[in-house]
Design a protein around this ligand. Sequence first.
Ligand code: DGT
Ligand code: CA
Ligand code: CA
Ligand code: ZN
Length: 575
Amino acid sequence: MLSNTEVAQKLLEIRTLMEMAGESFYKYMAYEKAAASVENAPPMADLVAAGEHVKLPGVGKSIGAAIEQLVKTARCQQLDELHQRFPPSLLEVLGVSGIGTKTAALLFTEYGIASLQDLENAIAAGTLAGVPRLGNKTIENWRRGILAYRGRQKRTPLPIALTIAREAMDYVREGPPLERLLFAGSLRRCEVTVGDIDLVCTSALAAEVVAHFAAWPRAQAVLAEGPTKASIWLPGGLQIDLRVLPDHLYGNLLQHFTGSREHNIKLREHAVRASLRVSENGILNLETGDVITCTEESRVYAALGMQYIPPELRSGLDEIDLARAGAIPELVESTDLRGDFHMHTTWSDGDDTLDAMIAAAAARGYEYHAISDHSQGRARRFGLDPRKVLEQRAEIEALGDRFGVRTLCASEVDILPDGSLDFDDSVLAELDVVIGSVHVATRQSREEMTARLIRACENPYVTILGHPTGRRFDATMGYEFDYDAVFAAAAQTGTALEIDGQAARLDLPAPLARRAKTFGVTFSLDSDAHRTGDLAAIDFAVGQARRAGLTKADVLNAQPLEYVRAFVARKREAA
Ligand code: DGT
Ligand code: CA
Ligand code: CA
Ligand code: ZN
């Protein structure tokens, strides 16, 4: 059964294909109007069942018949006929700026180009060169348009974007002299994925800096290049924008390009009430004509009569009201962390030895950390059985304080399908900290998964619920459960919820962590490192925590070891 939105999308597809087929404006626009009606109507399945769909504005007999077929079978005669003429894959070509329905139809009928990939191949092979009506400039624009389209389709995970941004910044610094350089946009706001990378820079030699940037050998194409800005595309379609202004505008520039768009709109609305206009070029007083320029970003907010708002909170929610009331929370920082509860060694699936991981944790200046190798699992090849757990504990105890950090004995224990744990209580009781994680049977129903996670929270030995949603960037969508019910259980039982900083996870995501906080949940920010080099991934967990508005007090591993021990003991004693 198609939803209203899906029916509307099909009607719009008919509209576009009709235009391609050369139908009259009035004919195809009727489908566009009908699509808008459907979008705003009560559920179409009900209307069709009652025969009332034909009464919707803009829906007559023939469109009504199409809607009825779509609702019932997800197909309709009009669309089937149009697909005989034009393949559905051709629609993607319309996503390229500069290509309209006429051009797409021509490309298909005359050159057999049926998809974006076909077009890309034809351009690369030079097949379209020399075609009258298609100048070289048009084809070059299409080539760029395809890259931009691909880039728009695909958002890049934050950890990958951050690495690339740092490499681009290193390259920019090798060029003409500059004052300050930083990434802005969604990357600076620590969004889980970014659409593109925005770099802001101050220099007296803007044009030279821009030219150097545009010549980065890693760029596959240069979009706009002007005296103060340029955009490049990397292979795969990731875009990087650079903007260069004089140094006395650094604060304005950084504020402007950090966004979010929603935040900036609200900020400008607030400013206008005080007759101020905010832009990257300064704050203009509309009454006096004076311009306030800000060398530091905090001055922008001060000039607008509010507290500084950290980038992670600039989402356009309530942060401006909070800042005006002086009520922006003091967000947790990386330097607040005294430890990390989640890391693996060669005892299970890690790449580095126990000694190496402990030394690396000590080198980060932690007061304490936990080694949390996997439990045996259901025939997991690399997991530890109870005997191995005790063996590892003996080894950790033998090391004592050799590395200058307190190593806690932990385990990342599988939460089994029924919510029980992979180890008996007698084994769990030997551990300082227990992380319970779902790794198997992830396709349970929402109800089963909810009950499973609640049961895990109710287990007196579960200190932390690991990567609570199970989602990953690669493909895994995570499992469904009733978030509120599990957050309430975590708060009530004194179970910490993890924000796992591993590049592929970032789980809990910030919006859910923000929600969990309203239940009074305690959080654990962890690296889930499988090698020494990944301990720094804990910073991504901090980024998500900050986006969620978490403070030091919300975070278990921002507390001293005695507090952690008491947190664990309280839950075990309550049982
Ligand atoms: P993204 O790239 O989709 O992950 O999200 P952002 O927030 O990085 O968006 P982006 O790259 O389009 O623009 C960066 C920031 O620049 C945006 O958050 C707000 C600010 N900005 C202000 N005015 C404009 C404008 O006219 N165009 C664009 N593109 N950005 C603007
Ligand atoms: Ca961006
Ligand atoms: Ca951008
Ligand atoms: Zn793990």
